[in-house]
Design a protein around this ligand. Structure first.
Ligand code: DX5
Ligand code: ZN
Length: 220
């Protein structure tokens, strides 16, 4: 198998929101491939972040694909608003209460693809890889959480690594890892079969966004 190019997706959660457009430009010029946007509702995770209005503003300030990660109890109610706001990739959580019963998750994924966007499913650290099996054909992206979702700046949970390896045996699309990713943990995940590295703190707390992004690609 030919090696896939590594996709680096800086998570804007760690950027300076007071200078959002500037941060986006800086990280794009530093070589970012996608922008990862974390949406939290205070229920699915104990934190609140941003809604479609800000995603739309991010869209207007950016030139690269928006990878929107919905950490919501009811993502099915927000698929359309986030697609309208300009999400290119829209990822929902398989554990979301609103997607319980396989039909609801199928419907959400179908709605994303029907709108011409890429559909993603994410799983928390304690959710097994098998939970994605019924959906593999409907997915463009799998987002493996390598921390408990909710906050940036946490330490990488190595339990995600065998899960990535397992999923790569079944799935040929994009596999992203999210949480505690730096040059070292990123490399471990790439070796296990991931091809998308989401990193917030590591990039935005670095003195050089370019060096941080290059080190994630393994070329520093
Ligand atoms: C956490 C979010 C992550 C977060 C990653 O719930 O899904 O995208 O921003 O941040 P770092 O890279 O700081 O762990
Ligand atoms: Zn995320």
């Amino acid at each position: 198998m030919t090696p896939r190019p590594v996709i680096v997706a800086p998570s804007l959660l760690a950027c300076d929101f007071g200078r959002l457009a500037e941060e986006i430009l800086k990280v794009e010029e530093a070589g970012a491939d996608w922008l990862h946007v974390d949406v939290m509702d205070g229920h699915f995770v104990p934190n609140l972040t941003i809604g479609p209005v800000i995603v739309e503003a991010i869209r207007r300030s950016s030139r690269i694909p928006l990878d929107v990660h919905l950490m919501l109890d009811h993502p099915e109610q927000y698929v359309k608003p986030f697609l309208d706001a300009g999400a290119h990739y829209l990822t929902v959580h398989v554990e979301a209460p609103g997607l319980r019963g396989e039909r609801m998750a199928h419907n959400a994924l179908e709605a994303i693809r029907r709108a011409g966007a890429q559909a993603g499913l994410s799983l928390r650290p304690r959710t097994g890889a098998e939970s994605l099996k019924p959906f593999l054909k409907e997915l463009d992206l799998i987002l493996v959480m390598t921390v408990e979702p909710g906050f940036g700046g946490q330490s990488f949970m190595a339990e995600g690594v065998p899960k990535v390896r397992r999923l790569r045996e079944w799935f040929t699309g994009d596999i992203a890892v999210d949480g505690g990713i730096n040059a070292e943990t990123g490399r471990i995940c790439l070796e296990a079969g991931a091809n998308v590295l989401v990193a917030g703190t590591y990039i935005f707390r670095s003195p050089s966004y370019r060096d941080a992004i290059q080190s994630l690609r393994g070329s520093a």
